[in-house]
Design a protein around this ligand. Sequence first.
Ligand SMILES: *Cc1c(COP(=O)(O)O)cnc(C)c1O
Length: 387
Amino acid sequence: MAEGRTRAAWVEVDLDALAHNVAVLARRAAPAALCAVVKADAYGHGAVQVARTALASGAAGLAVAIVDEGLELREHGIDAPVLVLSEVGPDAAEVLVRARLTATVATRQGMEALAGSARRAGTRARVHVKVDTGMHRAGVAPEEAPALVHAAAEEPALRVEAVWTHLAVADGTTADDRAFTALQLERFDEVVAALAPRPRLLHAANTAGAVAWPAARYDMVRCGIGLYGCAPAPAMASEGGEVAAVLTSLRPVLSLKARVSSVRELDAGERPSYGRRRALPERGVVATVPVGYADGVPRRLFDTGSPVLVGGRRRPLAGTVTMDQLMVDCGPSAAVSPGDEVVLIGRQGDEEIGAGDWARLLGTISYEVLCGIGPRLPRVYCGAGAR
Ligand SMILES: *Cc1c(COP(=O)(O)O)cnc(C)c1O
């Protein structure tokens, strides 16, 4: 099994699982196009490889959070449409235009700065106008949206391709959440009805919207978390029905693995690691694993009781996670040696630990677990798309 160059800890990215997830989501959203959201280094999976595989598996385009992320894709020869999901300032607009990225516009000043950059570059910048229908993070107010769209359409240096919005609770399963998503879509439809002509593309859905809200699919869906094999919210995958069936058919893409660096046999009552927080319940083998909180294994994971997989079995941490290493209580007379593979996230034998399991125990969401897995760990790609 492949691993990092010098490091005995690595992230494995299964590009076959990714291709499968892209196909599942594209089929679910069709005839709407699928835009693969690869911001934050593709949620920790590696933006360039994920983008290539997603495009080869049915994604029509890509989306990123910031211009630098779009530049990285262009520098690696990726020529597909890349939407920058936030309006950017004048300096970043220069770079955005030269890299032929697609801009989000949400204000008149943003629109004018972008048009200035496009004129100076002697080109037309592609624009998606963002409407705030209730998320209240970014976007033009619905009542001001038609005027902004029309002003952008009149600007010769801009090409308005799309109008879009973002849903705040598409992953929610309560009646309140569903009513709010319906309200956001209604506000969006009202804006669209006031536009003449209608722009080529409308989009509103994240993974949750794409899977659970047919009315939110419009012409394109923007999927992130689903590509990586996680449900946007655990309840969506456990409620049964068609939505749960789609989400549970997604395959996890990322595994977090390491090799045991040393083992020692310790007596009952010994307390490994900083703070000496846990006593070994019986004499047994404690394995040291060279991965820690600097790599995105939360220090608090120990407090949650979350296990890791060694020899195909779930084993508890023997003490607090340290910056670069952690220790595992492998139990009495366990046959564990330096070099043995430890799985922190992923599958080993019949056992599996998902990013969602960490999220539940840590009181967060799988998004934060995945994005938290740090750049110090090498990404190793496997599957047909790997090279
Ligand atoms: C991150 C993001 C997405 C993707 O959301 P998922 O829930 O990961 O599918 C879509 N749209 C916008 C504007 C985003 O910021």
